[in-house]
Design a protein around this ligand. Structure first.
Ligand code: GLA
Length: 388
């Protein structure tokens, strides 16, 4: 479903539930990160793109009680009710916490939020590392902006959504996912400097290349606990090096670690420091349409995430090695895991005219090696959040 079809679908769901058409429709995309993994919370660079998968919310002023926001979620099979007459806190059902967190963020800014009836629908697969939660947060924020007529600055909006994730979902994420969901642009990657929060668009609109996203359809339980462990290890590395964050360190600083006791921290830091450089180099390579170099940097990023940062898993590694075996002649320039790791998706830069061959090869081989059916799709860099 493209965005307009999806919007029509959600409007239809709204009508079925509330017996009138919606007044607003807001949408926010998921993302893939092309390169720059586990660098955002180290003040580094990331290079994500918004994908053509969205969380869409259709809404109208509530017809019922004036203190309630009702959210009908046909995919979860439940409706959430949020009392907005007092400070919104965590509550049930679980998925509503992303929405609660964003509403609380607007309350903190003294924005007067009206009672609303909402229908929600998403084509961002959940738990696949494509930022379904950021899409839900940013879609909520975009809807509240529309319903209140109060637009907030895009950076503030992304930060408000990140805070919702921290405080209401308990995930100490960086700023990448919410930023790209807010600021994505069609046919552009977004080079985001997570220290200054400056962004630069990197156009990728050559029809000869495409991004292929492979969902391994596994999610290992490790993901959230290990994520905070990695954050702490990076903070420790920065303390040892005497810098505010690993962004301020270079490869030469790695010699300062004492290998007998800091071996793990050393490897974590080596990943982050080298990944920040690879991201800047890759942005340049994409700008120059140097697909071979961009692809090579993607493979290097994967190796570093697997060996030094230890956030890959057998299934992600399987996809990347199959991609390597297909090689440039077969249509693949590069491939890597994307997102937090321990399952989820890979992203590959491929030759567009070899798309079907590459997908078939990856899906057959992945099934043979792991016994699991992968879900494969392609996306151009798409637009960020919007009302329709
Ligand atoms: C998750 C987080 C992001 C980022 C990535 C790793 O997606 O939400 O902030 O840290 O992991 O690059």
């Amino acid at each position: 479903m493209n965005l307009l079809e999806l919007a029509a679908h959600v409007a239809h769901r709204f009508q079925g539930q509330y017996h009138r058409p919606p007044r607003w429709i807001a949408a926010a995309p998921g993302r893939v990160n092309v390169i720059g993994e586990h660098t955002d919370y180290n003040d580094g660079f990331v290079l994500p793109m918004a994908i053509g998968r969205y969380t869409v919310m259709a809404a109208d002023f509530a017809k019922g009680p004036s203190n309630l926001i009702s959210i009908f979620n046909p995919q979860a099979g439940t409706t959430a009710q949020i009392d907005i007459s007092r400070k919104v806190t965590r509550g049930d059902p679980d998925w509503s916490n992303y929405i609660r967190g964003v509403i609380a963020g607007f309350q903190d800014r003294q924005v007067e939020i009206p009672a609303l009836d909402i229908a929600l629908f998403s084509t961002v697969p959940m738990g696949a590392g494509l930022s379904s939660s950021a899409a839900l947060e940013v879609s909520t924020a975009t809807l509240i902006e529309a319903a209140t007529g109060q637009k907030i600055d895009p950076i503030e909006k992304a930060l408000l959504c990140q805070k919702a994730e921290h405080d209401f979902a308990g995930v100490p994420c960086g700023i990448m996912d919410q930023f790209i969901s807010v600021m994505g642009r069609e046919n552009n990657l977004l080079l985001l400097d997570c220290r200054s929060r400056e962004t630069q668009l990197v156009p990728v609109n050559d029809p000869a290349v495409a991004f292929l996203i492979v969902n391994t359809n596994v999610k290992h339980e490790l993901s959230s606990g290990e994520y905070s462990v990695r954050r702490q290890q990076c903070e420790m590395a920065a303390r040892i090096l005497g810098v505010p964050s690993l962004r301020n360190a270079g490869v030469n600083d790695l010699a300062k670690f004492q290998m007998e006791k800091d071996a793990v921290i050393f490897r974590r830091a080596r990943h982050v420091i080298s990944e920040i450089q690879r991201t800047v180099d890759a942005a340049k390579a994409f700008e120059d349409s140097d697909w071979r170099l961009a692809g090579q940097l993607m493979y290097e990023s994967h190796d570093s995430l697997r060996n030094d940062y230890e956030v890959s898993c057998a299934e992600l590694d399987a996809v990347v090695s199959i991609a390597k075996e297909v090689g440039e002649n077969g249509g693949v320039f590069g491939c890597r895991m994307t997102g937090g790791g321990f399952g989820g998706c890979t992203v590959a830069l491929i030759k567009a005219d070899k798309m079907d061959l590459v997908s078939d090869k990856i899906s057959t081989e992945y099934k043979r090696r792991t016994g699991i059916e992968a879900a494969i799709f392609t996306s151009r860099p798409g637009p960020g959040a919007q009302t329709i």
